[in-house]
Structure formats: C-alpha cells, structure tokens
Design a protein around this ligand. Structure first.
Ligand code: MTE
Ligand code: MO
Length: 318
C-alpha cells in the first residue's frame, strides 16, 4: 500500500473537516435526501481529497468539543524515539517505514498471533472517535482518531484465566529512530518504550487502537502505523508504533515509571487533585487556546471508567 505524505492543511481545511463531520451526522440522522439537496455542489470534492478512510463508523463516545487543528496535532508531538522537543518528531520521522509492519499478540492467551497492519485495517471496522488527549505536561488536544476497540483484537487471541495485565512495546530500530541512538540526544530512555494496562482497562470500550486521524492514516509523528489511545489517562500511556501486545499475569513496568517512579505511576489516570511533583494538574492549556481551563477527573470520562477503580487508594491512581 502506498502511504501518502500528509498534505499541508490550512485553517480553512480544518473548518471544512468540521463541516464534513456535521454533514455526516446530519445524513446519519435520516435526512440524507434533504442534506443532498441542500448542500452546495462541489462540497464533497473540496474535502474528500484528504480523506483516506471510507465508511468510518461515527462513535457514540465522541466528544463534540471543537477539534484541535490538524496542523497542531501533527507538529506538536511527544515521541522520544524521534527527539526530545515537540517539533522534532514531525521532522525526524518523515522517512520512517511503516510498511511492512507486523504486531505480535502473545503471552497468556490460547491463540497467539502475528498480524500485519493491512490485515488489521481490513479485518476490524474502523470508527471515528473524537477524544481528548491530556498530556501530563498540562496541555491537551481534541483529536478525531480513527481506530477500533483494543478489546476486539484481544478477544481474537482468547486471553487465559491468568491474564491480568497487557503490556505494549514500541519498535526498536536505532537506524530509523535517532532518539534510540545512544548519546545523540544526551538523554536516553530504556528502549523499547513500554506501556501497560490492567486487563479490564484494556477491554474497556473506550480503549482504542488507532490507525488514523482526521480521516487519514496516522502521520508518522503520531505513532504510525498503529498506536494506543486511552482517553482517561495521561498521554504517555498512549504508546505509539506498537509491535507487540503481551498478556501477562504480573503488572508490567512502564517506561516512565521505570525512568522516574517518584513522578509517574502505573495507572496514570488524569487527576486534577493530585499534583505532579513538579507542577499542578488542576488546569490545562488546550493547544491553540490562550486561557487555561480546569482539568476534569479522568479527563472527562469519569462516568464510563471511575468504577474500574472502586475501593482502590485514589493516590495510587495518578
Ligand atoms: N513510543 C512512544 N509512544 C509515546 C511517546 C513516546 O515518546 N514514545 N510519548 C507519549 C506522550 S508523553 C504523549 S503526550 C503522547 C503524544 O501523542 P501525540 O504526539 O499523538 O499527541 O504520545 C505518547 N506515546
Ligand atoms: Mo505526555
């Protein structure tokens, strides 16, 4: 499959995308004929050029908040394999090869498998889900992800009774990922980047494996060809460019926890009341906005996920 490079979009295109979404909602609400009659000719062709995924299901879990611009989502990134600042990933991941790509799903399961990205794209119906992403650094974005529930993939491998956790790892390839070359940035994580979820968190319908955003395949800097999105947790849990998913008996150690266990824990649920040791988590800056806004418990997803943590020490859940 040919991967097109992301065309440069303007503010105008973002507006178009918002219109495109509104129109699709309208059509789905049963007014297709009326909508067809009312919309100006040429509207479709004005936006369709940038849309790679067809037949996207729209998700009931989406927020209707205003989208962060594609420009911001693809130029302000955390992806340490491609550099330590926010601008480097877009530049240094430009030639990153995401085809062929395989993910191994293994560990405590009855039917382990290795599946290629093309099979993932054709086997799992893709949805558009508009989620907030909240970074521990106190900024946030609203991103129209394309993806499918992680639960659908995990069910395929049939977890055993002993599977209690899921571990994810990112590709290791220092040739392609300059951040993995010792010494180049003077600061190196213990690669591969690793993340973990409890099995019930992984099976929660909000937990998404994402293969795209803004209707197109994922840009490299956002974790192509496939990354995790766990909207009620800090952004570092949403691991990019995944090559393996392992069902485990024991709680896995994630990269940031291993790096600085005084600052990062396993659960990393967004909690405005528990400060990061070096700064407050009470407020956040939506990228593109000037004034900060209050941060919501569980990033606004408390209704769906707070019950996963009943009876647990809330201080442990940051
Ligand atoms: N492999 C890998 N995944 C990663 C990271 C990383 O450095 N490497 N950074 C994390 C952090 S801290 C955040 S906030 C999100 C950012 O995702 P975005 O660039 O798509 O906004 O990716 C997460 N996933
Ligand atoms: Mo982050």
């Amino acid at each position: 499959m040919i991967i097109r490079r992301k065309p440069e979009l303007t503010d105008n295109d973002v507006t178009d995308y918002n219109l495109y979404r509104q129109r699709r909602k309208f059509i789905q609400s049963g007014f297709a004929l009326a909508a067809g009659a009312m919309l100006p000719l040429g509207f479709d062709s004005a936006v369709a050029a940038g849309v790679k995924f067809n037949d996207l299901k729209e998700s009931p879990f989406s927020t209707d908040e205003e989208l962060t611009s594609l420009e911001a989502i693809t130029s302000y990134n955390n992806f340490y394999e491609f550099g330590l600042d926010k601008e480097s990933p877009a530049k240094l991941s430009r030639d990153f090869k995401t085809r062929p790509w395989e993910i191994s799903v293994n560990g405590e399961c009855h039917s382990p498998m290795t599946i290629g990205i093309e099979d993932i794209l054709s086997e799992f119906p893709m949805e558009e889900r508009i989620y907030r992403l909240r970074c521990v650094e106190a900024w946030s974005m609203v991103i129209p992800w394309v993806g499918f529930p992680l639960a659908a993939l995990l069910k395929k491998v049939e977890p055993t009774m002993d599977a209690k956790y899921v571990e994810f790892t990112t590709l290791v390839d220092p040739e392609q990922m300059p951040g993995q070359r010792r010494g180049l940035f003077g600061y190196v994580l213990d690669w591969p980047y690793r993340e973990g979820l409890r099995l019930d968190e992984a099976m929660n319908p909000l937990t998404l494996l994402s293969t795209g955003l803004y209707g197109e395949q994922l840009p490299n800097q956002n974790g192509a060809p496939i990354r995790l999105v766990v909207p009620w947790k800090y952004g570092f849990k949403s691991i990019k460019s995944i090559v393996s998913i392992t069902l485990k008996r024991e709680q896995p150690l994630n990269t940031w926890q291993a790096q600085a266990s005084n600052e990062y824990g396993f659960y990393a649920n967004v909690n405005p009341e528990v400060d990061h040791p070096r700064w407050s988590q009470a407020r956040e800056r939506r990228v593109g906005e000037f004034l900060k806004r209050p941060t919501l418990p569980f990033n606004g997803y408390a209704e769906q996920v707070a019950s996963l943590y009943n009876g647990m020490d809330p201080k442990k859940l940051y």
